[in-house]
Design a protein around this ligand. Structure first.
Ligand code: NAP
Length: 253
């Protein structure tokens, strides 16, 4: 009997979870999800789970060889640029087929008042001109970029408590999506938010804040994504990844 196809999913996203769920139900397939270990209680995942960095592209390549990985799916967050670069390099070094699962970015619609920022630092530079009561949803690890802004009041939402440095006027709201339009509208209104800052994460789990901002006429400062690494095969959704793995005979079905 053939050994099961072993798929390594680089995770930390809703799509990675969906993919692992689909693959773990596929006969002849073994799935391992890799997590960076940033979130202390990531919740149960189907299949096997490993946690922590690999030690650069060479470490990832060694892991692929040692665990006889048949295919690598990089399903990390669109802003996790380093690990995505490492995935391309490790796949190239080992010859393991790899794809990058990247959900599409958000696009503004009629009534949206969006402003682009090229990076978190750029967002911090543009912010004071846009508002003074800020809803900051760019994640706890990027907060340092805003720490020097003494004027605005920040409502910071994150899954885990952020560490220093924090902006001087800062209130932290611990919460994990998905969020509803009703809840987000109420939050923006209650806290008298006059500008929202977000990464262009894409997807539906955290998109409700954009609808709420549109409804209330609140401007949104959108931090644009880093480009995918050169040489990556980019696929936008889980069904397409599953189809490609099947087509290439990598899931044995
Ligand atoms: P990053 O800057 O691209 O990666 C930094 C280092 O963390 C990598 O070099 C790698 O260490 C390790 N790493 C990252 N993802 C890993 C994974 N899935 N499995 C094992 N090691 C991983 O990543 P990040 O922006 O800090 O994001 C870390 C994780 O959080 C990602 O898995 C991502 O999907 C998730 N996440 C990120 C964001 C965001 O906005 N950046 C938002 C939501 C979720 P080694 O070099 O030692 O292998």
């Amino acid at each position: 009997m053939n050994p099961p196809a072993h798929i390594l999913v680089l995770g930390g996203t809703t799509e990675a979870r969906r993919l692992a769920t689909a693959l773990s139900g596929t006969p002849g397939v073994r799935v391992t999800t890799s997590l960076a270990g940033r979130v202390s209680r990531p919740g149960g995942l189907p299949g096997e789970v490993r946690v922590g960095g690999f030690g650069g592209p060479e470490g990832l390549a060694a892991w692929l060889r040692e665990h006889r990985v048949s295919a690598l799916v990089d399903a990390t967050h669109p802003f996790a640029a380093t690990i995505s670069e490492h995935a391309v390099r490790a796949a190239h070094a080992t010859g393991v087929p790899a794809v990058l699962l990247r959900r599409p970015g958000w696009r503004p619609g009629p009534g949206d008042r969006w402003h682009d920022a090229a990076s978190l630092d750029d967002a911090a530079r543009r912010l004071p001109a846009l508002g003074s009561r800020v809803f900051l949803t760019t994640g706890r690890l990027g907060l340092a970029a805003f720490a020097a802004l003494d004027g605005p009041h920040f409502l910071v939402r994150s899954v885990e408590p952020p560490g220093p440095p924090l902006p001087r006027h800062c209130e932290v709201l611990l919460a994990r999506g998905p969020f509803t339009v009703e809840g987000e509208t109420e939050l923006l209104r209650d806290r008298r938010i006059d500008v929202l800052v977000t990464k262009d994460s894409g997807g539906t789990a955290t998109a409700a804040k954009l609808t709420a901002a549109r409804t209330l006429g609140v401007p949104v400062l959108v931090v644009r994504r880093p480009p995918p690494p050169a040489g990556a095969t980019v696929i936008e959704d889980v069904p397409q990844v599953l189809a490609l793995l099947r087509e290439r005979g990598l899931t044995g079905a």
